[in-house]
Write a protein that binds this ligand. Structure first.
Ligand SMILES: NC(=O)c1ccc[n+]([C@@H]2O[C@H](COP(=O)([O-])OP(=O)(O)OC[C@H]3O[C@@H](n4cnc5c(N)ncnc54)[C@H](O)[C@@H]3O)[C@@H](O)[C@H]2O)c1
Length: 339
């Protein structure tokens, strides 16, 4: 199936990943409905498409609104389900919202997709599903390893795993045609850079506003940072390639980077060497008591490579340069910064 010219629904389409997806769908002449309550998404992320003859319609509403979700899905051939409560600090501050939005919201989307026979449903899932399994690299069939339920951090992982179970259930029972994508640490322009945002955007915001970069723990923990364009490319292909139906696929870079090295790289690329420095903060001070971290997380992307032809093409320096330049041009976004 080619995405060109189709009618698509993007939940969370005003958010970081969703809005880049919308750009790409508009380029492919799709008619796009964005369903977003603008809780973390921003009008300015998609404002350039909201012109009278534009191909994008924004519906500012909640994915938990059953009737509305039904109406919107009815008109669409493909659903990209990106809306969720995202951000580690939110998981530890508000686990109830995380579970309600991520699980009940997804259930609504799936029910509507089943009723109206959508041709493809893409679920934005996450590497968090693997929990603290330190096997490297992590394949889609690997175990989930989680801490106890009094550690709030795991509520997001659990909510997304429940989404995956629901999606697989709908595929097996009703013949829904879904693809589950596990994104690994996505970064790029438009990502939230407040205390709730990702580490890359937080570091960039700190560097560009002359603040020291706050590194949690000893900074030796690693992540695989994946540039937004590569994620969008993989997400579009997932909608197009029939062999992906019913599959779970990791989408991520395989380049493992220590957080402390990321901090030094951002300082260098932002041109603020000697002006700011990394400072170490205990996890507990930032996230409170109900948090635990994981030392590393590396994806095995051989399935996505085989099925979708996916690879993470943008190297970290290149992606960081693009992102830093964007924040410099959009300095107003740095007002989000809270630490
Ligand atoms: N950014 C990452 O590194 C990453 C990694 C793995 C998975 N993901 C997944 O990708 C998706 C997009 O994440 P993002 O990084 O763009 O975050 P984001 O916060 O920028 O986007 C989420 C969007 O969902 C909207 N939203 C939240 N609750 C809603 C509700 N109840 N009703 C309607 N809209 C609602 C928000 O306003 C926002 O626009 C999420 O499903 C997330 O779990 C992201």
């Amino acid at each position: 199936m080619k995405i060109e010219g189709l009618k698509v629904l993007v939940t969370g389409g005003a958010g970081f990943i969703g809005s880049h997806l919308v750009d790409r769908l508009v380029d492919a002449s799709c008619q796009v409905i964005v369903l977003d309550n603008l809780s973390t998404g921003k009008l300015e992320n998609i404002a350039h498409h909201l012109t009278p003859n534009g191909k994008v319609r924004l519906v500012k509403a909640d994915i938990r609104n059953v009737e509305l979700v039904n109406q919107l899905v009815k008109d669409c051939q493909v659903v990209f389900h990106e809306a969720a409560v995202v951000g580690v600090k939110r998981y530890v501050e508000n686990p109830i919202d995380v579970i309600e939005v991520n699980v009940l919201g997804t259930h609504n989307i799936l029910e509507a997709a089943r009723k109206h026979d959508v041709e493809r449903l893409i679920l934005a899932s996450t590497s968090e599903v693997y929990g603290k399994n330190i096997k490297a690299p992590l394949s889609e069939g690997d175990d989930r390893v989680l801490g106890p339920t009094y550690i709030d951090r795991w509520c997001y992982s659990t909510s997304k795993a429940l989404d995956e179970h629901l999606v697989i259930g709908y595929h097996r029972r009703y013949g829904l045609k879904p693809v589950i994508l596990r994104y690994f640490n996505v970064y790029g322009p438009r990502q939230e850079c407040s205390a709730y945002g990702g580490v890359v955007s937080r570091f960039i915001a700190q560097a560009l506003t002359g603040r020291d970069l706050t590194v949690f723990g000893d900074g030796k923990q690693t992540r695989c940072f994946t540039y937004i364009e590569d994620i969008v490319e993989g997400t579009i292909r997932a909608a197009e390639v029939d062999e992906a139906i019913g599959k779970i696929l990791n989408l991520g870079s395989t380049n493992e980077t220590k957080i402390i090295d990321l901090a030094h790289l951002v300082i260098k690329l932002a041109g603020v060497e000697g002006k700011v420095k990394p400072i170490y903060i205990p996890y507990e001070k930032f996230y409170g008591r109900w948090y635990e971290d994981l030392p590393r997380r590396v994806p095995d992307v051989s399935e996505a490579s085989k099925i979708l032809g996916f690879s993470s093409k943008t190297n970290l320096v290149e992606g960081l340069r693009e992102t830093i330049e964007w924040y410099k041009r959009n300095f107003n976004r740095l007002s989000e910064i809270t630490l």
